[in-house]
Design a protein around this ligand. Sequence first.
Ligand code: LAN
Length: 690
Amino acid sequence: MSWTLDVDRGRQTWRYSKEVNPNPKPVDGTFCPKGCNMTPAKSPQESITKAVQYFTQVQTEDGHWAGDYGGPMFLLPGLVITCYVTGYKLPEPHVQEIIRYLLNRQNPKDGGWGLHIEAHSDIFGTALQYVSLRLLGLPVDHPGVERARKFLRDNGGATGIPSWGKFWLATLNVYSWDGLNPIPIEFWLLPYSVPICPGRWWCHCRMVYLPMSYLYARRTTAAETPLIRELRKELYVTPYSEINWPAQRDHINKLDMYAPHSYLLKSVNGALNLYERMHSKWLRDKAIDFTFDHIRFEDEQTKYIDIGPVNKTLNMLVVWDREGQSPNFFKHADRLYDYLWLASDGMKMQGYNGSQLWDTAFTIQAFVESGISHQFPEAMRMANHYLDITQVPDNAPDGYFRHISKGAWPFSTVDHGWPISDCTAEGIKAALALRSLPNIVPISLDRVAEGVNVILSLQNSDGGWASYENKRGPNWLELFNPSEVFQNIMIDYSYVECSAACIQAMSSFLKHAPEHPRAREIRRSIDRGIKFIKSIQRDDGSWLGSWGICFTYGTWFGVEGLVASGEPLNSPHLVKACKFLISKQREDGGWGESFRSNVTKNYVQHEQSQIVNTGWALLSLMAAKYPDREPIERGIKYLISKQYPNGDFPQESIIGVFNFNCMISYSNYKNIFPLWAISRYNNIYLKSKI
Ligand code: LAN
């Protein structure tokens, strides 16, 4: 028996076969290149060669780099519950791998699970994985199930689960809909001119609450089976029929609480609970039809992948509610597999349908900076091909709040197609970097300019860039954040990462097309962007990262953005940033940040140095031409000492994040950032041809 990763224009699906595959294509983490020298690198040059050799060997046939984009623990249960409610059967080999994953990721200390693979156990994580294991067939007396149940019951049972958990349990018929605060579907009928119109929310928040409000309005619920009746007994510390459900609406276990409801939200919820008892049926039916059309639009625009892992399974449930097991339902089921990733710990649901474009764009830039990419013409040709086919060809049709996307790059695949500011920026940077290589047919400057057009359109009035869309609503909308476990989900904010990437892309574009008709406009946009970046630099010289862990990530972007725009190297902003980084260097020469940096928004040292943090810190210091070579050299030595003899690097702690509290794995970063930093070191200090 064997598992094979199939790829098609970035689409990744794991296929099981009873036969053994005699020639498996290596996937990262499973491979040592043929004839690879088993001694560790003795010099930066050797380390670079080994790193590039290794990483080109695991490139997929369609030109991208694939990897594990798992980490969050609240996603897979949505898939398992959706399959159960709709009667869709996952293949048995997948079921076995999913069970293996859930058991592997159970916290050995207390038998629970948290919000992500490194988090402390909480009710959200534990109740949802518990239910998943039971739905997938584990018996009530399985040791892992017993330990989980003990954790749950010792901590008050599942009543204190956060709102998204309450929602999933209610669809499964093991929690009452009366135990939820209302998810008012009529909001969808508000005109855009109203500041709280959902069209102004951050697209991820919008696209999650869209199907949630539909399913809440319809109270879509699983049929009561014997297993459901058993679960009702297992999940709670009081008999199910005696639970006071309305009292549970605001009951959130303290283990789970991260973003408490505001007073404003509490009073709005009070009013909505009243409204729920006397709403107009006519208006509700109208809103149900509108949201269904919107959901269908999203499904079709993304080829049933959907913007993310949460609305993916919710939308599938909506289609089932409306149409049963229709052809569209099976289109959904087919795309479930795009989210499932098999790794050594089992099969998980990823935070997206992959990070294909993002990783490939960074890899291209690191390879070009290595100075040896011309020795790997086929790998570079295929990477260029992946960039080429992944640029979004068209705008989404009007309506349903979509921003323009023609010329943008997405995070994963062209089929997904949602444009993102910094993915577009990294796509542009990679496309332009490839122009320095021989024998590549580069993406034309006209097409790159289409990407620049998207970037220009996305600049906010504060001068910065948000993720997918402009910042469309006021900050006070955050007071309506109902999620309890995530921060900053209501609107799209300007981020240092997105802003700095856009500035770098436009600066690079100007170098390639100085006479472009929009050059002045671009220069002005860069200036405004730089002002924004400077305005959010912290007093200690750092920038807070929002999508990576944490200050080393944010500071890397801040510094590269300033340097790309031509900021003088003696600028107090750059000097302060370097001083900050140097102050965090550790005894062994490395840098290492804990995910608690993001959670607390203060620098928290990891127990150990981390190669990816070290890569970011070194890249920043060298971009800013930090005058003292000694700390940089120590960092480089640290990185080289961590490289495996085959050129790969170890997978260390989780390194990505969203909404401050949930971590996510970027498993290719270990191969990208150490290589990039060592390459820059070689270029600046050794200037040697390899
Ligand atoms: C991502 C992944 C990519 C990431 C970067 C491009 C790295 C970043 O610079 C901008 C934000 C973005 C696009 C991003 C936003 C939040 C996402 C989509 C994710 C972290 C992947 C998963 C996450 C999504 C919100 C998960 C579902 C959870 C909800 C709270 C809806």
